[in-house]
Design a protein around this ligand. Structure first.
Ligand code: FE2
Length: 348
């Protein structure tokens, strides 16, 4: 599948002078082990490989010129892995993302449960949970009413072992759920979901969901937090130890992608499997929107079905992945050694 991608070459239609200054970029599709084409869907992910003689400046020009087409391909394929592009630092990654001219989605504005650290205004560390903690498949922030449309990941440094980013097409998964578990699929569509969890009174970096209520709600007092929660439709209970238990308003469990596809757009798998820390019990973290419980055996089958169609991004240092958050879920495998994967989010 090493075919030419058909993308415009940089400045090919511009002045001769500029053509001399900016050599044409050759970007082609690359075949890597394990690519998926489940149920006749477009190759997942699309892998684009660049020759390595280009500069970051030339790369940015190519990205800007092809931004629309790349976004379309990310939506069609679910994700794009960019390999062989000249990125080394967080600043390089910032420039790569900025070249798409898409609106930034800031961590501060998000209601993300995870503790993160900004490296540049639009680049931050991916979930800083310990290496032996799995982050299970989820759509970014689909457990809140405010979520990004796309995510970029950048591998600044591969782990010594493990640390792949699993990605899974939710449109393929939901298609299979409607066939194998039709009652569950109908409940997802009709009832939606409620998520509950307990936020600590101070950031707890040892947990994948350790962001404090003060940081989450941008509040210094309980009254300010309550005002923000009220405006977003949350309910809550203060705990004796200063922690805060919150429950979301009813949120969608599926998303109509507008082209005949429907995705399993939620955090059901992550919440059911992994919202576990010293404060939280995953069995209490999620129900259907009418408060009815999720069946454990059904959920186990959903988890297995997602795993069957998951691709594990085999990170190489310098790789970038663009994930369409409406189409594909992502997670994090456990690892050994130091792993540096940075993230940047795109607003809707
Ligand atoms: Fe995530």
């Amino acid at each position: 599948m090493d075919s030419h991608s058909g993308f415009a070459q940089v400045d090919s239609h511009k002045s001769a002078l500029k053509q001399q200054q900016v050599p044409a970029m050759q970007v082609s599709e690359l075949n890597v082990d394990g690519l998926r084409t489940d149920d006749g869907s477009a190759t997942f992910p699309l892998v684009l490989n660049s020759n390595q003689t280009v500069s970051l400046h030339e790369t940015a020009a190519w990205l800007t010129e092809n931004s629309e087409s790349l976004n379309r391909k990310a939506f069609e394929h679910g994700a794009i892995l960019f390999r062989g592009f000249p990125l080394v630092t967080a600043q390089d990654f910032d420039a790569f993302v900025a070249a798409f001219n898409l609106p930034n989605f800031t961590y501060e504005d998000s209601l993300s449960n995870a503790v993160r650290t900004n490296r540049t205004p639009r680049v931050f560390t991916a979930n800083e949970a310990p290496a032996d903690v799995s982050i299970f498949l989820h759509h970014e922030m689909a457990q809140t009413p405010i979520y990004p449309s796309k995510l970029f990941f950048f591998c600044e440094q591969t782990a010594e072992q493990g640390g792949a980013t699993p990605i899974c097409r939710s449109d393929v998964l939901f298609g299979r759920l409607t066939k194998e578990l039709p009652n569950f699929a109908t409940d997802c569509v009709k009832k939606g979901l409620l998520y509950s969890h307990i936020m600590p009174a101070a950031d707890d970096a040892a947990s994948g969901m350790g962001r404090s209520w003060q940081s989450t709600w941008k509040a210094t007092t309980p009254e300010q937090a309550e005002a923000r929660m009220t405006s977003l439709g949350y309910t809550w209970q203060w705990q004796n130890n200063g922690c805060l238990k919150v429950t979301t308003p009813r949120l969608q469990a599926v998303r109509d992608l507008g082209d005949g596809r429907t995705s399993f757009f939620n955090q059901l798998i992550a919440a059911f499997r992994g919202w576990k820390d010293t404060r939280n019990d995953p069995s209490k973290s999620i129900t259907f929107g009418d408060g009815t419980a999720l069946d454990k055996a059904t959920m186990q089958r959903v988890i297995d079905m997602a795993e069957e169609i998951t691709f594990n991004i085999p990170w190489q240092t310098g790789d970038v992945a663009l994930v369409d958050n409406y189409v594909a879920m992502h997670g994090r495998r456990t690892f050994q050694g130091t792993r540096k994967v940075l993230a940047s989010l795109v607003a809707s």
